[in-house]
Design a protein around this ligand. Structure first.
Ligand code: 5RP
Length: 269
């Protein structure tokens, strides 16, 4: 692995711990308007000091994030579908040269194993890895879940192993029962997605369970930015990922921050 690749990876996975807290705000690329991301910079500006990296699309990066912001960027390179149609029909949407222009620390795309788009999305992953290898940019494979797919260890483990075999430098998947087997079978760092918003304590429990099973971090979005205390939640998740705190302690961090901040305005329906 060359110096540039290693340097970029060390910007994402903190060298002190080998772990990352990636903040995901790329949801609009297929969901369109997403609650909590109406004004992306308003949402993330107080969260960025606590995150180790930021995952987003080039449109939101260019339009909403000031270029002087000091955060490693994980740039989404796939899309072309919407929630209204077949999600697995994604293609590559960004040239690697543009990722370099935008100073991305890593590039990412989704694969849909077991769905109609399986072959095309896996070949796109291979193409992106070739481009990443050429330019020293690591690739994060996102094991996305189609509308009818089960998030179980058999299916997610299959998708994670295939990603690693194709050469992905890191893989994002969902936490599930038997997660430690997925970690054992995937010879590159694994991070977990948060998924739909759930009660804060449950989300912290999931992050903690994943770390205990060997995950190298989280790539979490809605469970942070849709929380009633996004700063409290990111601090709490960070304490689990980077400081090995337990769920009880992390939940107290969230509660303390929530108590010390003014209540959020109720969102219009
Ligand atoms: C969509 C993604 C999202 O970044 C991912 O789902 C993380 O966000 P959340 O924690 O809200 O699930 O990759 O394919």
């Amino acid at each position: 692995m060359d110096w540039g690749m290693k340097n970029r990876l060390s910007r994402i996975f903190r060298p002190e711990t080998g772990r990352t807290l990636m903040l995901a705000i790329d949801h609009g690329y297929f969901l369109g308007p997403t609650s909590g991301l109406e004004e992306p910079y308003e949402t993330v500006k107080d969260l960025l000091p606590h995150a180790n990296s930021l995952m987003l699309t080039r449109g939101v990066l260019r339009s909403c994030i000031p270029p002087e912001t000091d955060i490693p960027i994980v740039l989404r390179m796939s899309g072309g579908t919407s929630i209204l149609r077949e999600l697995s029909a994604e293609g590559l949407t960004v040239a690697v040269e543009d990722a370099i222009r935008l100073n991305a620390s890593a590039i990412t795309l989704s694969i849909f194993v077991g769905e109609e788009g399986e072959r095309e999305t896996l070949l796109n992953l291979a193409r992106l890895i070739d481009a990443g290898q050429e330019h020293g940019i690591p690739v994060l494979a996102v094991t996305a879940v189609g509308k009818n797919m089960n998030r179980d260890a058999r299916y997610l483990g299959l998708a994670c192993r295939i990603s690693a075999e194709l050469g992905a430098h890191m893989v994002k998947t969902y936490y599930c029962e038997g997660f430690e087997e997925i970690v054992r079978n995937t010879p590159v760092p694994l991070v977990i997605a948060g998924g739909k918003k759930r009660p804060e304590r449950d989300a912290l429990q999931m992050a903690s369970d994943a770390i205990q099973c060997g995950a190298s971090g989280v790539d979490m979005g809605r469970n942070i930015f849709q929380s009633d205390s996004p700063v409290g939640m990111i601090k709490a998740v960070r304490s689990i990922v980077q400081e090995n705190r337990g769920v009880k302690e992390a939940f107290e961090i969230y509660q303390e921050e929530k108590a010390s901040s003014p209540a959020l305005e109720p969102q219009p329906a």
